[in-house]
Design a binder for this molecule. Structure first.
Ligand SMILES: C[S@@+](CC[C@H](N)C(=O)[O-])C[C@H]1O[C@@H](n2cnc3c(N)ncnc32)[C@H](O)[C@@H]1O
Ligand code: SF4
Ligand code: SF4
Length: 447
């Protein structure tokens, strides 16, 4: 059974903006409840072992007492996050947020000019958000106390022409991570579908962002390409020597992440509830009055429901079938099934590109090295390779017993490697192919 580990808290039913792409702005949220009631819920969540709470929709800074609630949770060891449109920040609120020990703050911006941002978020918002980011940065410096800042940006018709200036622009902002992804075509976005860019445009935008990012000297921020496919990400890490973590498409329920609604109900996923009203979610429970047995019931029902919904039919694809990640690759069942086929095709296209790189390495003597952030762990029982990414997340790869000795040789030689150095070994082809395709090698030279 999945445990309840993290909460997305949709604490506030109102928003001060009316963004053209918003997936929730027109969704009717239940009435909100008092700070005291929410604290009781937070207390229960903490007792149940929740470790992370993110206050998000609609606009959490409209909730009176939000900083008080954050402090209540942070001071009890919870990793707290808040996602905001950034327009309501002011000096007092910023100081309260810093004092609440908030772990991370995500601010949304839909472009790097007033034109592109305001097209989505409304006239004048770009300048207000930028002013508030400066206030936030100044206040953190003054207090010498820092909240980790993330920038949330969608790619759309209005900002697609700005992509080539984005990395430089981001390097002058105080964010430690830039989350950049597609607009999901639901809610308001569906009505304003002229904002959508094609899958190809997203892919090209990412190619440009990865390239520009690789050319940036000192990297003070990381990028998280939210809509890239795992092997697309691995491919760019391999050719540009980047250490951007790749994420498998996965439904957050499978990781124990649940939603709390404004009225204190716990639900598997508010996203589905809001967008697929035909899907009956009859296992919502009033969290305030629930004991752990009740929570378990909700979670079990969720698991049944989601395992039926997350039917992994795409894994019939031959490349997916042999994929090391297929067990954990679970596409979100939202918003519709059409886009998944092209995502799978996209992931497998980059697998093919990685195979082409392997052929360059093997047949054309393309030099390579062990990727930065790769560590090996070996003893008499076996061998594992670990890849540590810029955000400290780690992926591991089991090395087969037969490959262990060769892996250790490659690992120790580390840099300026050639296929020919290992070609005498019967396992060279298999092992190097695996290491390359899973992102444990970096290629040197022009591909
Ligand atoms: C729903 S908002 C709630 C927090 C806050 N009101 C804000 O705008 O940041 C959370 C994030 O979802 C993003 N978002 C809204 N509609 C979206 C859509 N259709 N596709 C992708 N992201 C979307 C927003 O840009 C924002 O970064
Ligand atoms: S994206 Fe955020 S700020 Fe914009 S309408 Fe939706 S909830 Fe409000
Ligand atoms: S299972 Fe398929 S879509 Fe998922 S990561 Fe593997 S190749 Fe990509």
């Amino acid at each position: 059974m999945n445990k309840l580990t993290a909460i997305r808290w949709d604490i506030e039913p109102a928003c001060n903006l009316s963004c053209k792409h918003c997936l929730v702005s027109k969704v009717k949220y239940p009435e909100k409840i008092s700070l005291l009631e929410n604290k009781l819920i937070a207390k229960k969540l903490i007792d149940f072992g929740v470790k992370r709470m993110v206050f998000q929709s609609k606009e959490p800074l409209l909730y009176q007492g939000i900083c008080n609630l954050i402090a209540f949770c942070s001071n009890r060891g919870i990793v707290t996050g808040l996602a905001t449109n950034g327009t309501l920040l002011n000096e007092d609120l910023i100081n309260e947020l810093i004092d609440s020990n908030l772990s991370f703050l995500a601010i949304s911006l839909e472009g790097i000019t007033p034109y592109s941002n305001d097209l989505i978020r409304g006239e004048g918002t770009f300048n207000v958000i930028m002013r508030n980011i400066k206030l936030l940065d100044a206040a953190m410096r003054k207090k010498n106390k820092y909240i980790q800042l993330a920038l949330e940006m969608c790619l759309h018709k209005g900002n697609i022409n700005e992509v080539s200036s984005m990395i430089e622009y981001f390097s002058n902002l105080p964010f430690s991570i830039i989350n950049i992804g597609d607009i999901a075509m639901i809610g308001e976005a569906k009505k304003n579908d002229y904002l959508a860019i094609s899958k190809l445009e997203t892919e090209e935008a990412y190619a440009k962002l990865f390239f520009d990012f690789s050319r940036l000297g000192k990297k003070q921020f990381g990028i998280a390409p939210k809509s890239s496919m795992p092997y697309e990400n691995i491919y760019y890490n391999t050719i540009y020597g980047l250490d951007i973590p790749f994420h498998l498409p996965s439904c957050s329920i499978t990781k124990g992440v649940y939603s709390i609604s404004a009225d204190g109900h716990i639900a598997g996923c508010n996203f589905i509830k809001d967008n697929k009203p035909d899907v009956l979610i009859d296992f919502e429970s009033d969290f305030k009055n629930m004991e752990y047995g009740g929570v378990e019931k909700v979670i079990n029902k969720n698991n049944e429901f989601f395992s039926a919904m997350l039917k992994p039919n795409y894994k019939a694809n031959p490349d997916c079938q042999t994929c090391l990640h297929k067990e954990n690759c679970t596409f979100c069942p939202m918003p519709n099934d059409d886009c998944k086929g092209s995502d799978i095709e996209r992931c497998n296209r980059y697998k093919e590109k990685l195979r082409e790189l392997f052929s360059l390495m093997k047949n054309k003597g393309m030099p390579f090295s062990i990727a930065s952030g790769v560590f090996a762990d070996f003893d008499e029982n076996g061998c594992k390779a670990y890849r540590v990414f810029f955000d400290s997340s780690v992926k591991e790869l089991e090395i087969a017993k037969a490959h262990a000795a060769l892996f250790i040789d490659i690992y120790k030689a580390h840099d300026d490697l050639r296929y020919s150095m290992f070609c005498e070994n019967e396992w060279a082809d298999e092992l190097l192919r695996l290491l390359l395709s899973e992102g444990y090698l970096e290629l040197k030279g022009d591909q």
